[in-house]
Design a protein around this ligand. Structure first.
Ligand code: ARG
Length: 582
């Protein structure tokens, strides 16, 4: 409601600037306060007092001018000028009541369906298959997934693209090692069970033996030119690695499937076409034997133009080349209106460059929006990028297992009588959602510190806090003996805490829009956290099951019910499941 009143006042300011009543550079801080005495309305504002001086007006008179320029609103029934020039707003409680009533009985909780749905390609997770997924892949996978779910919920056509790194020089080394194992008669499958160890062993061979390294380099060439035997080994490797990824997605509740995988290798036959196309358009230049595009906007420290290398001297293609091919595919075949990339902030320059090349070459048309959605690094408590105790990069699967184990201890502590099976289930939901929520609730552009203790806390902006808030409402309904969606009586808002909660509930739609537009799930997290907090204060001040009248009880149950539905829906957009008890 405050946001709404703020908007009304901002619009009045614009009008008054146009009428030259207040100076054009006026950008006042608008403070809106709840009134203590309801006979003065619900909200009060001191804008006229603040602007009186710059506008050289009597504050009461200015207040009258402001009120006269405030646009019509169904939410505000009356405005009054009080004292030296305060403006008091009287809110139409009917409006709020109607909104809550209708959201409560609406499957979508009144979240609007996009009037002009778009086709939105989302490139996320996209790990390199040479190794197992590690903590660095957490952010891309879960932030991308939350935004995908949100855009989909709005009615857009979302196309997920898992642009896995399944091509390039590292694969030569891996294939050479596979061949070596086979020659020794060792079963490859067993060795692939742990990709980390496999990778390290291959790398060790590569570093120690010149022969091996030469074989590895030859195998890349063989692979890229379509040698059957190489392709077979390569796909055996990728199958194993991809199934590891799928397992992790499953555990994490990330909605990517095998059908969403479209890795770098799938653009292989397009790479030469890209080079040809760029060349035809006169965009390519030779530089030290490599084919490059030079962009005016990108210069190095010495002020010389920075090249985007498209093809190396030895004929090999680069990461940028497959990204260009992918953009063209997403534009022409997938008909994207927006293409979003959830990729580490450290690849910012890469994306600026390939976006510009793609536009200059017409691979992507002007109407299609290309958006790098960067995210920061997961840090350890020592202030450096997160590592395991032994100092190696933390495997994502191990991290999730540890979270589940820690959650198990916590849940067991609180529920001594629970069956082992239920404990395990709850621990898994709490553990995984804590890891996810801790990440999603931070502004994605910043780095954050990974801490099991704070993510598993029942206090503060955490998954356990929200999951618990949800179970509280569930238990109220259980005690009342009715279904959460089963309240039929109309809403009647009288208490301040009820109105505060109702005001928050009707903002859900606004928040969803914000997340969808900016690709920032932390807005939704903050919203859910504030909602749960307002629910707590409401519940403390306004007894539900022992309310004074039946009407009041039903009305409060309805507010509680909509709170729970909103929490559940919000968490589900974040890819987090709720629990009925914990
Ligand atoms: N495989 C890359 C990495 O692990 C990320 C790919 C992101 N997507 C893209 N289209 N470049 O760093």
């Amino acid at each position: 409601m405050k946001a709404h009143i703020q908007q009304l006042l901002e619009q009045a300011i614009v009008c008054l600037i146009k009428q030259q009543i207040i100076p054009a550079d006026t950008q006042p801080r608008i403070n809106i306060d709840r009134t203590k005495d309801k006979s003065h309305g619900d909200y009060a504002n001191n804008l006229a007092l603040m602007l009186a001086k710059p506008a050289k007006q009597n504050p009461r008179h200015l207040a009258e001018l402001i009120v006269a320029n405030i646009p019509e609103s169904t939410l505000v029934i009356k405005m009054e000028i009080a004292g030296p020039g305060f403006i008091n707003f009287f809110i139409n409680p009917n409006f709020l009541e109607k909104q809550i009533d209708s959201a409560y009985s609406n499957e979508r909780l009144n979240v609007q369906i996009e009037a002009n749905p778009q086709t939105i390609v989302i490139d996320y997770s996209s790990p390199n298959l040479a190794k197992e997924m590690h903590v660095g892949h957490l952010r891309s996978s879960i932030i991308g997934d939350a935004v995908a779910r949100t855009l989909e919920f709005q009615g857009n056509k979302v196309i997920r693209q898992n642009h896995v790194g399944d091509w390039g020089t590292q694969f030569g080394m891996l294939l050479a090692y596979m061949e070596e194992l086979r020659a020794k008669g060792e079963p490859i499958e067993n060795n692939l069970a742990n990709l980390e160890i496999f990778y390290r062993a291959a790398k060790a061979r590569f570093d120690e033996s010149e022969d091996f390294a030469t074989r590895a380099r030859n195998l890349v060439v063989e692979l890229q030119s379509g040698n059957e035997e190489c392709l077979k080994l390569w796909s055996q490797f990728n199958e194993t690695s991809l199934s590891h990824c799928q397992e992790t997605y499953q555990r994490l509740g990330v909605s990517l499937t095998r059908a969403d995988v479209r890795g770098e290798s799938s653009y292989n036959d397009q790479l030469a076409v890209i080079v040809e196309d760029l060349d035809k358009q006169g965009l390519l230049q030779q530089s030290q034997g490599a084919k490059c595009v030079f962009l005016d906007n990108f210069k190095n420290k010495e002020g010389e133009p920075l090249p985007v290398i498209i093809q190396k001297k030895d004929g090999g293609f680069l990461y940028a080349t497959s990204d260009l091919a992918a953009m063209r595919y997403r534009q022409n075949e997938l008909n994207a209106d927006r293409i979003l990339y959830f990729v580490d902030a450290r690849q910012g320059l890469h994306f600026q460059q390939v976006f510009e090349v793609a536009r200059s070459a017409g691979f992507v048309n002007d109407k299609t929006s290309l958006e790098h959605m960067p995210f920061g690094t997961v840090m350890g408590e020592d202030g450096r990028p997160f590592k395991t105790r032994s100092g190696s990069v933390a495997k994502l699967a191990d991290l999730l297992t540890e979270a589940e184990m820690r959650a198990y201890e916590l849940v067991k502590e609180k529920n001594k009588e629970m069956s082992e099976q239920e404990l395990r289930h709850i621990a898994s939901v709490v553990g995984i959602s804590s890891v996810k929520y801790a990440d999603l609730s931070k502004n994605r552009t910043s780095d954050y510190t990974f801490s099991f203790d704070s993510m598993l806390s029942f206090e503060g902006n955490t998954a356990p806090y929200l999951l618990y808030a949800y179970t509280r409402v569930v238990s109220i309904f259980n005690k009342a003996g009715i279904e959460m969606g089963g309240v039929t009586a109309a809403l009647s808002l009288t208490e301040e805490k009820e109105i505060d909660l109702a005001n928050k509930l009707i903002q859900f739609d606004e928040i969803i829009k914000q997340v969808a537009k900016q690709g920032m799930p932390h807005f939704l997290c903050s919203y859910l956290f504030e909602l749960a907090g307002l629910f707590s204060s409401f519940y403390e001040a306004c007894p539900i099951l022992i309310a004074e009248t039946e009407t009041q009880k039903q009305s409060r149950l309805k507010l509680a019910g909509l709170t729970a539905k909103t929490l559940k829906q919000g968490l589900s957009l974040l890819g987090i499941n709720t629990l009925e008890r914990m």
